[in-house]
Write a protein that binds this ligand. Structure first.
Ligand SMILES: C[S@@+](CC[C@H](N)C(=O)[O-])C[C@H]1O[C@@H](n2cnc3c(N)ncnc32)[C@H](O)[C@@H]1O
Length: 245
């Protein structure tokens, strides 16, 4: 955890803002880490577990941009957020109650299913998600519609081409999940481009921060940035608290 300036602590002593931010992020992360879900949340997660059986076992093949043919089920399991980390995404959205969310790298919809299930439970929230590959996006759209047909907008194209327009339209973002284009310079560039649009007490979550030396370096740059008030490394995912009040 990391994070400067002061406000008042429980004892009335000045408390470093970094400490407040770190405590706040630690309490957000503690919920899924210690499995502190309500009964309703558990039931929702159980339904998601069932719903995920279909995409995980789907035998239909799609041709990737590289020309390689892959079974959807294999790709869903290999590249999608797994159930363990999906619970973290679900919990972040439940706790933050974001109105506006952005996802880069829809994939086949695994992470999006957790985000949307939490938004449905919140009764508030909308996610804009970007995916470069048409056939992947088509399948993801079906998966996301099965959770909530109204709480997402899936746009097909390269993030680097679409992001500027999407950010202008969204104006402010309460929650961002960055999971496409796992290259150091791209990840840093997306962080810097999205950061000015992040609202007070917002979260930015980065997946696959340990995927390559480049991603480790990108996470080191991002988590050390002066506008990241606190950052937590969950192993595979990195979470940043932006502009706490
Ligand atoms: C790791 S997968 C995403 C998995 C997804 N978030 C999930 O948990 O199900 C990365 C996705 O990003 C997409 N992608 C890669 N580069 C991209 C880019 N420049 N713009 C948009 N999407 C991109 C890939 O096609 C792939 O589907």
């Amino acid at each position: 955890m990391k994070g400067s300036t002061t406000n008042e602590g429980r004892t009335g002593e000045p408390l470093a803002k970094s400490v407040v931010a770190e405590q706040r992020l630690a309490s957000v992360v503690a919920v899924p880490l210690s499995d502190k879900f309500s009964r309703g949340e558990r039931e929702c997660l159980d339904r998601l577990r069932e719903l995920r059986r279909y995409p995980q076992n789907e035998q239909t093949e799609i041709t990737l941009m590289s020309g390689e043919s892959v079974r959807i089920g294999d790709r869903f399991r290999k590249t999608g957020v797994n159930f363990h980390f999906g619970r973290f995404l679900f919990s972040f959205v439940r706790q933050l109650r974001p109105e506006t969310s952005l996802e880069l790298g829809t994939g086949l919809g695994s992470s999006g299913m957790f985000h949307l299930a939490a938004m449905e439970m919140n009764g508030v929230g909308h996610m804009t998600t970007i995916e470069a590959h048409e056939a992947t996006a088509q399948f993801a759209r079906r998966m996301l519609e099965s959770i909530s047909p109204i709480r997402f907008f899936l746009t097909v194209g390269f993030s680097q081409d679409l992001l500027s327009e999407v950010l202008t339209e969204l104006k402010k973002i309460d929650y961002a999940f960055i999971d496409g284009h796992h290259r150091e310079e791209s990840t840093k560039a997306y962080f810097h481009q999205i950061l000015p649009f992040m609202s007070t007490n917002s979260l930015m979550v980065f997946d696959d921060i340990d995927w390559s030396d480049g991603m480790v370096s990108a996470w080191s740059h991002i988590s050390g940035h002066s506008e990241v008030a606190a950052a937590a490394d969950l192993g595979r995912m990195g979470v940043c608290l932006i502009r706490p009040d």
